[in-house]
Write a protein that binds this ligand. Sequence first.
Ligand code: B1M
Length: 208
Amino acid sequence: MADLAAIAEALIRGDRDTVGALVQQALDEGVDAEALLNESLVAGMDVVGRKFKNNEFYVPEVLIAARAMNAGMELLEPVLAETGARPAGTVVIGTVKGDLHDIGKNLVGMMLKGGGFKVVDAGIDVAPEKFVELAQESGANLIGLSALLTTTMTQMGNVVEAVKEAGLATKIMIGGAPITQDYADEIGADGYAPDAASAVDLARRLMG
Ligand code: B1M
């Protein structure tokens, strides 16, 4: 019998092979793919996120857990696509123009995936127009902006303006080492998250 809690536990340990084997076993036994996603992978990544927030886990543990999550997602994605399961929302995420730092952005993207979101990774050094284009193409609910430099964080305001000018209802969340809630308020972003786990909570809140 499929044990969804055991999958979550293997994910938290970063045991990629066990996650893959148990997800395959559950699918073979006919477990509903959406329940499998929510009760094993998303549940496991939620724990990883909490541990990261509490400094019980650091970046390497999160990356290893995300890799284990991906082993399960690779098996689940085709089944979810067939059954028409809807993601929690679509997020275009990227590092702003002029900025090449992507470790934090990737971490946030992985946690959002683990939270059940469809993630469109725009990459690094992304111009405001590119964010707008990708949001339009993907019908994104949210745009996530990352900046690590005091010289590039000002680009975030340009993205807010470009989204407004394009008449999109897409909400904008921001983060990165120099970013604060005050800065988010100043540029009119919809939210700020200090870390990857909080980014998932924020994305869920912004989705209503
Ligand atoms: Co750069 N760098 N760097 N760097 N680098 C910093 C940021 C710096 C603080 C180092 C320092 O001087 N002490 C400094 C910035 C100073 C400033 O502006 N105030 C700096 C500098 C100056 C530079 C260069 C200009 C250096 C030079 O060439 N003279 C240059 C700029 C290049 C460019 O971008 N145009 C540069 C280059 C690089 C490397 C390429 C060598 C490398 C990046 C590799 C890569 O990303 N692939 C690098 C690195 C690694 C760093 C440090 C050491 C580490 C950054 C990191 O990955 N942290 C950094 C110093 C430091 O932070 N200790 C530094 C780990 C990561 C998990 O954290 O990205 O903060 P972070 O993400 C967190 C949160 O911020 C949040 O969640 C994440 C997980 O909890 N978060 C979000 C991030 N994005 C979010 C988005 C959200 C929500 C939350 O919503 C969408």
